[in-house]
Design a protein around this ligand. Structure first.
Ligand code: HOZ
Length: 428
């Protein structure tokens, strides 16, 4: 496919932006390609600078559950912009947003808005350390909680995509405080907590992992985390930046019935604008400045544009709560049909799915943690990605990311996606 304009923009971009992109996975490196530059997006489609249309399953990495440029969300942003774009002072919008989150998440009594998921997890970790007076934290291999120093060890997303074990620039003294364990491995958790329980401030987990590709928690894993953290006075943090409002009106905690002490959010609650939030038990949250002494701040925190886009998005989701079920069914059908196409060609793949998020792993084994995800043939994923992209389908440009459906995806989009897959596999 001719990609001359994107190619020339990429060549220009690398002169001024490291690697040509502002977030590593976008560079298409792991799929042996160069990025498609986007001009606009609407509903389930994005359009590149050459005017080519793609059915979009990247969904801006999760936020666009209503589809792109939803008219009511755009109108809310426009109306907010006319009243001023940032005040650095409190607004009524922030109370409205906080109330909506508190209402949707039974484990959240209070919430603090920030500007990204990274900020949310980073601040939740500081709060957990401040609250417990302990320094060590536990995270899971392949789970990604943004790029703050404490959380980069054996992380998913770009770290997994680029195959780097951690990052230079993270002080060893800090990295040593992060204990990294295999996801879904209850025994490993018990061993670590038995050894260091009194020193551990928190266990942070994506209750459904989305950043090593989609990996579901095994039966009882989250409950085990809840029980053991309670026993040792460790805080349990659910990173629901991706799963928040993605699987239901609330988080995976509403579905699993397991309540964490703190919850991190982002993506959907900003309706496509930069946002993050963390919230939880009142006694913990009140340790935050200025109520308490754990410091955290931000000029654009609670930004009126982001709050307006987020509030409008949540209102629409709440009003159309039945759509989640339709989305779930549609994604399930798509995944089943895709799996059949691969099976029909004897190409070993495993499809993991939670609601409207899914990953096709190019492996014959079940994917239950990062080491099984890492068995995937990333070259074949790249080949599939390039084949289907050339036929107008935009998937996550990495084996270790999730793809997403939105309320805007139609049956016709599904048919076109399956046709593109059929054609790609025909020329395999
Ligand atoms: N780390 C993000 C996905 N899990 C990628 C963000 C982006 O490149 O926009």
């Amino acid at each position: 496919m001719s990609n001359k304009f994107s190619q020339s923009l990429y060549e220009e971009a690398v002169k001024y932006i490291p690697g040509g992109v502002n977030s590593p996975v976008r560079a298409f490196k792991s799929v042996a390609s160069t990025p498609v530059f986007i001009q606009r997006a609407s509903g389930s489609k994005i359009y590149d600078v050459e005017g080519r249309e793609y059915i979009d399953y990247v969904s801006s990495w999760g936020p666009m559950i209503l589809g792109h440029s939803h008219p009511a969300v755009v109108a809310a942003i426009q109306a907010a912009a006319e009243r001023g774009t940032s005040y650095g002072a409190p607004t009524e919008l922030e109370i409205e947003m906080a109330k909506m989150i508190v209402e949707a998440f039974p484990s959240v009594d209070m919430v603090r808005m920030v500007s990204s998921g990274t900020e949310a997890t980073m601040s939740a970790i500081r709060l957990a350390r401040g609250f417990t007076g302990r320094d060590k934290i536990v995270k899971f291999e392949g789970c990604y909680h943004g790029h703050s120093d404490s959380l980069l060890a054996k992380a998913g997303s770009g770290i997994a995509t680029l195959g780097i074990p951690g990052s230079p620039g993270v002080p060893r003294a800090l990295a040593e405080l992060t204990i990294t364990l295999p996801f879904n491995d209850a025994e490993a958790v018990k061993t670590a907590v038995d050894a260091y329980g009194e020193e551990i401030a928190c266990i942070i987990v994506e209750p459904v992992a989305g950043n090593m590709g989609v990996v579901l928690p095994t039966e009882g894993f989250l409950k085990m985390l809840r029980d053991i953290t309670r026993r040792y006075g460790i805080l349990l943090i659910f990173d629901e930046v991706i799963t928040g409002f993605r699987l239901t009106y609330g988080g995976f905690q509403n579905i699993s019935g397991i309540s964490p002490d703190l919850t991190c959010l982002g993506k959907i609650i900003g309706g496509g604008l930069p946002v993050g939030a963390f919230g939880g038990r009142k006694d913990i949250m009140e340790k935050l400045a200025p109520a308490g002494s754990v410091y955290q701040a931000g000029t654009l925190s609670g930004n009126p544009l982001a709050m307006s886009a987020g509030i409008e998005t949540l209102k629409i989701l709440k009003k159309n709560i039945g759509e989640y079920e339709i989305l779930d069914r549609r994604t399930s059908l798509l995944c089943k049909e895709l799996q059949l196409l691969f099976d029909g060609r004897d190409i070993p793949v495993r499809t993991n799915r939670a609601g409207s998020m899914f990953t096709i792993f190019f492996t014959s084994e079940a994917v239950i943690d990062f080491s099984s995800a890492a068995q995937s043939n990333t070259e074949l994923y790249g080949r599939y990605f390039r084949g289907i992209l050339a036929r107008g389908i935009s998937l996550a440009p990495s084996q270790f990311e999730a793809s997403f459906l939105s309320f805007a995806h139609t049956d016709e989009d599904m048919e076109k996606t399956l046709d593109a897959c059929r054609l790609t596999l025909k020329n395999w």
